[in-house]
Write a protein that binds this ligand. Structure first.
Ligand SMILES: [Zn+2]
Length: 141
């Protein structure tokens, strides 16, 4: 399993901070991204949407995940589990020096998240840039 941290930055003009409407762990804030298969490298055609409050059971295990999906090309099953409590408010201080703030961590098995797309639901209007990074420091389980 690999943890990915979604990092964001934005041009915060006349805004002091940015976060989802209900905070970084907003249970209904939607995250849209594509998933790349860890076995064959096939990238999903459409963005998939996950939210913290929507979980599904993982087949052949007792656990749940926010996304369970089979690769259309090779049939490998992958899961994505969101890990709350790792996000930080993006402040003007951070964005002014061109740095990113962590927003949400994703525990990905069999898949790699790619091409994040933002929907609405932010507390302030702004152009948001983002990227996924490997979150090595939080991957102890
Ligand atoms: Zn595949």
């Amino acid at each position: 399993m690999v943890n990915y941290m979604l990092m964001i930055t934005a041009d915060l003009e006349n805004i002091t901070s940015l976060q989802p409407q209900g905070g970084c762990d907003d249970p209904s804030f939607p995250y849209f991204f594509k998933v790349k298969c860890g076995r064959c490298g096939e990238l999903s055609q459409k963005e998939t949407c996950v939210t913290l409050n929507e979980t599904v059971p993982v087949p052949a295990s007792k656990g749940t995940a926010n996304l369970v999906q089979k690769c259309k090309f090779c049939g490998r099953e992958g899961t994505v589990l969101m890990v709350p409590g790792k996000g930080k408010l993006l402040t003007q201080e951070i964005s002014d020096i061109g740095k990113y703030a962590p927003l949400m961590m994703f525990d990905c098995r069999g898949y790699e998240p790619e091409g994040f797309v933002f929907g609405s639901g932010w507390k302030a209007e702004s152009v948001v840039n983002c990227r996924f990074i490997h979150a090595f420091s939080c991957s102890e389980t």
